[in-house]
Design a protein around this ligand. Structure first.
Ligand code: FES
Ligand code: FES
Length: 199
């Protein structure tokens, strides 16, 4: 067999399986559109309007684009970091309508009409937010990649529970991982921030 047609049965079966799946999904999409009278959106770029840190942002993006990518790549908001990109580490944590979300695993299109908050909007000009200040004071970071996510998760838990117990803080931060292992100082920062926010 020539190099130009080096196609195994396994490759054929994989390709056939994928094409059938794509056809099946397309058929389901068409059937649903017919049943509901709705129009499918994408796969090309569509207008998406987001409210981020109190400001409206108009984008044209494919519906598959995540909130993290939309803001980092299209809106120059690079505060929140992409680390695992699969909903496992929490570095990309943002607050949407008061709840923490992994922005790497949230589609931008699905958070239209919601209030999105990112680390980029937390400080007041040059004045750090109390949670940011507490992280500095407690030296709660090493490489810093996880820090924006921890700061957002801490902010969310303290806004929800101004008198948060250590257990509530631990629970609020249990979706975030620090690979440098600075958990003790992160926790200390959260407790300091609790005092500041409360005071
Ligand atoms: S980058 Fe989103 S959870 Fe790790
Ligand atoms: S400070 Fe490096 S991952 Fe947390």
């Amino acid at each position: 067999m020539s190099d130009s047609f080096n196609f195994s049965r396994r490759d054929f079966l994989k390709t056939a399986g994928v094409s059938s799946l794509v056809t099946a999904v397309a058929n389901v999409g068409e059937a649903e559109a017919q049943a509901t009278g709705s129009q499918p959106i994408g796969p090309g770029e569509v207008p998406v309007q987001l409210m981020v840190n109190g400001k409206r942002i108009d984008l044209k993006i494919e519906p598959r684009v995540t909130l993290l990518d939309a803001l980092r790549m299209r809106a120059d908001m690079t505060g929140n970091k992409r680390v695992c990109d699969r909903g496992a580490c929490g570095a990309c944590t943002m607050i949407v309508d008061g709840r923490t979300v992994y922005s790497c695993s949230t589609l931008a299109i699905e958070v239209q009409g919601k209030q999105i908050r990112t680390i980029d909007g937390l400080s007041d000009g040059t004045k750090l937010h109390p949670v940011q200040q507490a992280f500095c004071d407690a030296d709660g970071l090493m490489c810093g990649f996880c820090t924006p996510g921890f700061v957002m998760a801490t902010t969310a838990v303290l806004e929800k529970h101004p008198n948060a117990t250590p257990e509530q803080i631990k629970k609020g931060l249990d979706g975030n991982i620090c690979r440098c292992g600075t958990f003790v100082r992160v926790f200390e920062a959260a407790l300091k921030a609790k005092g500041v926010l409360h005071g």
